[in-house]
Design a protein around this ligand. Sequence first.
Ligand SMILES: Nc1nc2c(ncn2[C@@H]2O[C@H](COP(=O)(O)OP(=O)(O)O)[C@@H](O)[C@H]2O)c(=O)[nH]1
Ligand SMILES: [Mg+2]
Length: 305
Amino acid sequence: MKTTEILQRVHDGDSRSIGRAISLVENQDEPAAQILQGLDQERIESSLILGITGPPGAGKSTLTGRLIEQLRQQNERVGIIAVDPSSPVSGGALLGDRIRMMDHALDKDVVVRSMATRGRLGGLCASAGATVRIMAASGCKTVIIETVGIGQSEMDIIRLADITAMILAPGFGDDIQAMKAGILEVADLIVINKSDQPGTEKMLLDLGTVFSNSDDRHTRLLKTIANENVGVKELMEQFRVIEKKFRGDGTLEKRRQQSSFLETMDWAVEIMRPRLARLIDSRETVLDPRLTAEEIIRQLVGDKI
Ligand SMILES: Nc1nc2c(ncn2[C@@H]2O[C@H](COP(=O)(O)OP(=O)(O)O)[C@@H](O)[C@H]2O)c(=O)[nH]1
Ligand SMILES: [Mg+2]
């Protein structure tokens, strides 16, 4: 199929072509640049990228499934990028399974892509960023990125989001103490999921101290029970309120610029990696690795390092 034809079908929302375009870009195949260049910029700019993060088992996938339901009820097309959905410690189901369970599998307006982090050298931001834009150009008004953890390489990709919610749950006390100091650097919203469980009120009080004023405490700290669909509507509404604010005050634009920097850096490294690998392989290891590295770079870009 010609690249222009793939592009046309992506914009028409054809699932197979979307998958194809994402694979071409991930594998850095020939037409990748042409596809990325041809995407509908207006759709990309008006889309909303939501980040859902937090420790394994907190209920991120369940909550994401519920958010999808909300958006589908409003007849919105939605994209989901699940990063490392098969974390062996979570004991939770794969996001894909949840979506299947919720009968979204046959819904052509729910576009899902999983990305493994294991066994990967890098390029996650690059792939995820390109995937977000392909989904947005295909008509997904909202793209949700679900990723585990904090302070890991997976966290870099949460910076691709316009708005991020940190999902926690009672019983995750140790995780929270460790991340409390930096939590607001990543999270616009903090969600205590599993608020049907004991320890919720204590956690609310504890996390309340993260915020410096009571306004923020009320609007940015939320409770949900994802598997009973409690608090999910309010969470979606809060995302909308923040979206409006961020579009108005330039925050959203600034975040997109920052994520563009991240992605560009990631692409640059990805594009160089195979070349660097070949050069390193072709060397006899006589020099100190640092010196070898400098020599290789010099060979590639000239003496100006
Ligand atoms: N009691 C309770 N269990 C929940 C809630 N939300 C999710 N779970 C369960 O917690 C487990 C982990 O959920 P999952 O969404 O896979 O977590 P993830 O690893 O963060 O994606 C699953 O067995 C869910 O059914 C909730 O609000 N209350
Ligand atoms: Mg999950």
